[in-house]
Design a protein around this ligand. Structure first.
Ligand code: FPP
Length: 238
């Protein structure tokens, strides 16, 4: 797809965050297993990353696995972890070709060794890339992140009057990442599910009815076009 003239290039969100939801329901509609849904979700990930890089988005954060997702049936969790390993393995070459830098947020200690290894290798290999920052939220939840930040702040012995919003941001896993201007959730669910709660204070929300495996470049474009129509006042008047 060539540079898109319908999008206002001067009003692109720098950071888009996505709650990729509906893989299970998509599969159920087809009488298939949940992991079949997740596998098809990878296609949507590929399209989304490709389009975001193409139009010049700087940061894309994908909610791939939440802290709460560990409570899913063992078979689904191990299927998702294997999918993650195989996807990172097969896509790292494409990340390199497209100058995309991979990183992750979340409790990496919870991930199986194989997954951590694959992820760390790809993160290391892509660390010099400069076009798009692709951030995978893995074993992530916002309350976990905020609790950890508070623990570290206390552990570092900061005084009460030293604590500012800027300082708190430095203790979050998204340190040095701008807040997302746009948050997209697929599958018709209109909630935030413990994702980037601090960071979305002034984020525009876009809820898409499609299940994640059906999400395509056109849908991302629609979300951005809708974002570009919004007036952002940040609590002030226009
Ligand atoms: C939510 O759908 C989706 C997930 C919990 C996993 C998302 C994972 C992928 C798209 C594949 C791997 C991703 C990467 C980045 C390699 P759900 O299972 O909650 O669907 P449901 O609400 O219909 O049950």
């Amino acid at each position: 797809m060539a540079k898109d003239h319908f999008l206002d290039q001067n009003n692109l969100p720098k950071h888009i965050a996505i709650i990729m939801d509906g893989n299970g329901r998509w599969a159920k509609q087809k009488n298939k297993s949940r992991i079949f849904g997740h596998r098809n979700g990878v296609k949507a990930v590929r399209e989304t990353v490709e389009y975001a890089a193409e139009i010049g988005i700087n940061y894309l954060t994908l909610y791939a696995f939440s802290t709460e997702n560990w409570q899913r049936p063992k078979k689904e969790v191990s299927g998702l972890m294997s999918l993650l390993v195989s996807t990172i393995r097969s896509e790292t070459k494409t990340l390199m070709e497209n100058n995309i830098k991979l990183s992750s947020i979340g409790n990496m200690n919870m991930l199986p060794e194989k997954c951590k290894k694959e992820l760390n290798e790809s993160i290391k290999l892509t660390s010099g890339n400069t076009k798009l920052n692709l951030i995978l939220a893995l074993s992530y939840s916002s309350r976990w992140e905020i609790k950890n930040a508070i623990r570290k702040i206390i552990g570092d012995g900061l005084k009460v009057n030293e604590i500012s919003e800027d300082i708190i941001e430095q203790y979050l896993t998204t340190k040095n990442v701008p807040d997302p201007e746009l948050l997209i959730r697929t599958s018709g669910e209109n909630r935030v599910s413990n994702f980037l709660l601090w960071q979305i204070a002034y984020t525009e929300f876009y809820f898409c009815k499609k299940f994640w495996p059906d999400f395509r470049k056109e849908d991302l474009k629609c979300a951005i076009l809708e974002y570009q129509k919004r007036e952002r006042r940040f609590g002030k008047t226009d």
